[in-house]
Design a protein around this ligand. Structure first.
Ligand code: ATP
Length: 575
């Protein structure tokens, strides 16, 4: 490795001199850097240079987007793998010092503007000859995520702005997701503001096995820390989050006055009161009701909803429809069969039990709805009814309806965050799902009412595009499928070319974080979980072997398997 001239190449704070600007690049925002250093600068690295802006020297950050060799030893020197190219060079008397030269392309991100609290593009490329440095670790920690660092915090005792002096770890309400992939582990820790993604929603998108639920687990752990004490609700269609209960006894999550609560609900205690369904929900679960049936159901259902009692059932509804249309109406007869089969005989629905929302959600409580024993339609139904009730309860709280005389509806005073594994199941891009409408409502309006959603999915192209495009923060992991990459391109505003280019090459645990929680997209390594990950793949070969050994140990099994001995040949069992 060679140094740039005779100057020392490093400064305090891990800032390293890496090269010199050669000139502008192909795009207006791009420039070219020549660097002799073949180790320090990888694609994706953040580099910096200083330019005068309004009379003040500003440290501008740029991202390296491409790296190629500009000069090196001739390829013929590498023809024999048994002989080092340097040995060939020395035999031929060719000097090898300072021979390697790299050409980097970099895109300007901007300088951090403490007034605007985000990056500002100086709209001026560095002049040829400008010296480039790796951006300092502490500064990157403070300015890559959207932490709203302001001038007061960033100003040192001499009155100069110094972004490296911000101690991110002292700030509250941040989720430590991991660290910048291009730097050493924990050199640049990435802490994202929970308030941002809890308000404007979150999407975690990746192919299966890339680390979506692991990352969701990391974020939930962070949200349940003493300085956040979230009110979380997890819709868990596969029962993947049972290990979150480990947070209860783990000191990392506790403080003098706080221990996180983790509660599990199963379908047995999540029954849906029939009167909570609206007529659209019912239509979606009935088998192809005709127009006449729909008309009768609509009228009957509305009449039932006007009643004071909330504990009516299918018999009461049928009686109402018969009152309206007569005892012999054939459409009511056809509806009876469908209603009894889809609702009355389904244990999920009941006339009177309704889990109080206060039992379900509370500050400092993570509630996991374990729905793995239910079919897709029943899972959607639970999500529909719960989301609708929670949304109404938040709306009532924000609008101060609790103080109104005569208001007897539910109220949830604290903001909520609901996380959906298999998000495409609840907000699908095609086909009917009763939950789609309320998912759209919460993602478009929830911000105003303190109701955030997190959508996890391995098939971004199968998520309703309105819902996906409302997820302001995105954690995107490995995705190779071109249709899913297109869905991300079309719905994720922050997903520029550089983000999309990264996706196929990521390995499990690596992610691009972009959107509202960030000032610019970054590639990170997600940190390890404090709780056990509950969703690993099942190791088939060891489990087959173990199961087979156990089977052999069963006395009856070995005897009947031994066709040569004992009284049974096993043939009797077949007769
Ligand atoms: N940040 C990480 N650190 C360590 N291991 C990780 C990390 N992220 C993922 N893994 C490993 O990768 C495996 C797959 O992760 P995970 O179960 O979260 O994938 P997934 O995308 O949710 O898959 P699926 O779609 O099948 O649910 C896990 O078993 C876990 O061990």
């Amino acid at each position: 490795m060679s140094s740039l001239g005779s100057e020392t190449s490093t400064e305090d704070g891990g800032k390293e001199l890496i090269g010199t600007v050669a000139g502008p690049g192909d795009d207006p925002n791009e420039f070219v850097v020549v660097t002799p250093d073949d180790q320090a600068v990888k694609t994706g690295e953040f580099i910096s240079y200083t330019v005068p802006v309004d009379g003040t020297g500003r440290e501008v950050i740029a991202r390296v987007t491409n790296r190629e060799q500009a000069r090196g030893l001739p390829e013929t020197f590498m023809a024999d793998p048994n002989v080092a190219p340097e040995a060939v060079a020395s035999t031929l008397g060719v000097p090898t010092d300072d021979i390697d030269l790299y050409r980097l392309e970099a895109t300007v991100i901007g300088f951090y503007d403490t007034g605007m609290q985000t990056f500002s593009n100086p709209r001026q490329l560095p002049s040829p000859g400008t010296r480039l440095w790796t951006a300092p670790n502490e500064m990157l920690e403070a300015i890559l995520p959207n932490l709203g660092v302001d001038e007061q915090e960033a100003t040192d005792a001499n009155g100069s702005v110094d972004l490296s002096r911000i101690n991110v770890e002292e700030r509250e309400g941040l989720a430590h997701m991991g660290w910048l992939l291009n730097r050493e582990a924990n050199a640049v820790d990435v802490h994202i503001p929970i308030d941002e993604f809890a308000a404007t929603h979150l999407a975690i998108l990746a192919s299966t096995g890339s680390g979506k639920s692991y990352t969701a687990g990391v974020l939930m752990e962070e949200m349940m820390m003493p300085d956040s004490r979230a009110s979380l609700l997890v819709f868990d269609p596969h029962g993947e989050y049972s290990s979150l209960s480990e947070m209860r006894g783990n000191g990392i999550f506790a403080s003098d006055d706080y221990h996180p609560e983790v509660e599990y609900f199963t379908p047995e205690n999540l029954r849906i009161r029939i009167s909570e369904l609206n007529v659209g929900d019912v239509m979606s679960i009935l088998d192809n009701p005709s127009d006449r049936m729909q008309e009768r159901l609509d009228s009957g259902w509305r009449a039932m909803q006007r009643r004071e009692s909330r504990t009516w059932g299918i018999d009461d509804l049928l009686e109402e429809m018969r009152d309206q249309y007569g005892d012999d109406d054939s459409s009511v007869g056809a509806l009876e069969w469908r209603l009894r089969r889809s609702i009355q005989r389904n244990d999920l629905f009941t006339t009177d039990v309704n889990v109080p929302l206060d039992d379900l959600v509370a500050p400092g409580r993570c509630t996991v709805l374990q729905m793995d024993t239910l079919g897709r339609r029943d899972q959607q139904m639970i999500a529909t009814v719960l989301l609708r009730r929670l949304y109404q309860a938040r709306l009532a709280a924000v609008r101060g309806r609790g103080d109104e005389e005569g208001y007897d509806g539910e109220i949830i005073e604290q903001p909520l965050f609901a996380l959906f594994e298999e998000g495409h199941r609840f907000a699908p891009s095609t086909g009917e799902a009763p939950s789609l409408e309320i998912m759209r409502t919460v993602t478009s309006e929830g911000r105003k009412f303190g109701f955030g959603l997190g959508i996890i999915s391995q098939r971004p192209s199968k998520i309703d595009q309105d819902v996906l495009s409302q997820c302001g923060t995105q954690v995107t992991m490995q995705i190779q499928n071109p249709t899913d990459q297109d869905a991300i391109k079309n719905s994720v505003e922050a997903a520029g070319e550089e983000v999309l280019r990264e996706l196929p090459g990521l390995t499990p645990g690596q992610a691009v974080v972009s959107g509202d929680a960030m000032n610019t997209p970054v590639l990170i390594q997600v940190r390890e979980r404090h709780t056990t990950h509950g969703a690993g793949s099942i190791p088939a070969t060891s489990q087959w072997k173990q199961a087979h050994e156990q089977r052999n140990e069963q006395p009856g099994r070995t005897e009947s398997a031994d066709m040569g001995g004992g009284e049974s040949t096993g043939e009797e069992d077949l007769l």
